[in-house]
Ligand binder design. Structure first.
Ligand SMILES: Cc1cc2nc3c(=O)[nH]c(=O)nc-3n(C[C@H](O)[C@H](O)[C@H](O)COP(=O)(O)OP(=O)(O)OC[C@H]3O[C@@H](n4cnc5c(N)ncnc54)[C@H](O)[C@@H]3O)c2cc1C
Ligand code: HEM
Length: 400
């Protein structure tokens, strides 16, 4: 099925209005939707609503769709990313009409008299078209996750079999399935969705965590940073650290995500991270180490100091026993007893250019948005092409 030309014309013509009012529309959309369909508060992250990050992500997506409706091929990678994120929340076909109804109402409200029936009909059709596309892509992900050996659909119960403090801020959790059956392999870099209902929270909460070790068929490991304090205290990261203990049962959805190590035997790999952004890089590093490749692999990491730095010894051990692997460490604020770092201060890529500016290398990076914008800017300045840059945002997506 395809959209008719008239609809395409109207939606494209209204795209600039969306650019102007996008976040007002999506803010109203969420307010209305949660007041009329409060059950969805068990799916969406309330904090991302409060901080406005989710409204911004949705507004950006709706605008991109409108602006590119005559050339939907350009949206393929965004559709994949969003569909994988949706799959980790177990979004189902029956959710789409609810979102569509409230989105259309919000567009009509914000556009006021400018929202003619013709415009609203066009948007209705365009929304239906996009919804069908997501439903199809998401069903493909669910099917694949179910059919793969050790896979499943929806959520599955896992027991916490180990909890390890990795640094002052980061703790790892190891999960094995209650049914005792194997667990699906994943692509290094992918994440799982964890479903928890803390006693003090009115609603169930779903969060994503990158898998921080290589696949092993038996268990999964995540490594979680305590986020914020006081007013900005993160709900689930603190709950995991303080309340989730050995033998507790949690629900997990299968591994998802479009950020993963590309399996190539001819390209060096540069893994770059700041803080807890190193979790997907650890999975990639551990997987590459097991494969016993000869490719140059450079692990560049930035932490505040040795107290907050997790997995330092692990990466040092790997680098010490594999000639092709090198670790480069920056400490922002080293204390007197810090000795493991190579550089003091914020990560400065020019200082290590001779080691990481490698022909054909693929660059994977993850950390705060400002950090990733810096990495991308410097690498592009060196002439690294877009197809060799891969990054993950630990929150509602933002193009950097
Ligand atoms: C693909 C993906 C992979 C991820 N992988 C990891 C991982 O490996 N390890 C990891 O630790 N995290 C990871 N995350 C982040 C994780 O999903 C959670 O977002 C994180 O743990 C915070 O959840 P929370 O419930 O503690 O915070 P929430 O309550 O959801 O709050 C979200 C953020 O907002 C801040 N905040 C809270 N209230 C306010 C306020 N009033 N004003 C401003 N800011 C506020 C919090 O400090 C927190 O940083 C990943 C996220 C994604 C999307
Ligand atoms: C065509 C319709 C839709 C569009 C364009 C859309 C778009 C988006 C975008 C852009 C994101 C952010 C993705 C990211 O961070 O990488 C997102 C996340 C999300 N979407 Fe959708 N979505 C749609 C339909 C739905 C439906 C039907 C539901 C279920 C009710 C839903 C639930 C969610 C949830 C729970 C998140 C994560 C929110 C968070 O992290 O706070 N979406 N969506």
């Amino acid at each position: 099925m395809s959209l008719n030309e008239k609809t395409i014309g109207i939606v494209k013509a209204t795209a600039p209005v969306l650019a102007e009012h996008g976040e007002t529309i999506t803010r109203r959309f969420y307010l209305q939707m949660f007041s009329q369909n409060p059950e969805l508060l068990n799916i969406f992250n309330a904090t991302n609503q409060k901080t406005g990050r989710q409204q911004a992500a949705l507004a950006e997506a709706v605008y991109d769709y409108a602006a590119n409706i005559d050339n939907l091929g350009t949206l393929t990678s965004a559709v994949q990313r969003i569909a994988h994120k949706h799959a980790s929340f177990n979004i189902l076909p029956e959710h789409y009409p609810i979102v569509g109804k409230h989105l259309l109402e919000a567009i009509a409200h914000v556009l006021g008299e400018a929202a003619t029936d013709e415009i609203l009909d066009a948007w209705q059709e365009a929304y239906g078209f996009l919804a069908d596309l997501f439903i199809e892509v998401e069903e493909g992900i669910y099917r694949e996750n179910q059919q793969i050996s050790g896979g499943w659909r929806g959520t599955r119960e896992f027991k916490v079999v180990n909890k390890v403090k990795e640094s002052d801020l980061i703790t790892s959790f190891y999960f094995e399935p209650l049914d005792g059956l194997p667990v699906a392999d994943f692509l290094p870099g992918q994440y799982i969705g964890i479903y928890l209902h803390p006693d003090h929270s009115e609603h169930r909460c779903i969060r994503q965590y990158s898998l921080s070790d290589a696949p092993n068929g038996k268990s999964y490991r995540i490594s979680v940073k305590r986020e914020g304090e006081g007013e900005t205290r993160g709900i689930i990261s603190h709950y995991l650290h303080d309340n989730v203990q050995l033998d507790d049962v949690v629900e997990l959805c299968p591994p998802c995500g479009d950020f993963y190590l590309i399996d190539r035997s001819d390209a060096p790999v540069v893994l770059m991270s700041a803080g807890v952004g190193q979790t997907p890089m650890l999975s990639m590093l551990n997987s590459l180490t097991r494969k016993k490749t000869d490719l140059p692999i450079i692990f560049v990491h930035s932490a505040i100091n040795s107290r907050t730095h997790a997995f330092g010894q692990h990466v040092r051990d790997i680098a010490g026993t594999n000639d092709n692997i090198e670790q480069i460490l920056f400490y922002d604020e080293p204390t007197d007893d810090c000795s493991a770092h190579h550089y003091a201060g914020r990560m400065d890529l020019e200082l290590v250019r001779d080691k990481i500016d490698l022909p054909e290398a693929h660059y994977y990076f993850c950390g705060p948005l400002g950090y990733m914008a810096m990495v991308k800017g410097v690498l592009q300045g060196w002439g690294v092409t877009k197809d060799r840059l891969h990054y993950e945002v630990f929150g509602p997506h933002k193009d950097i």
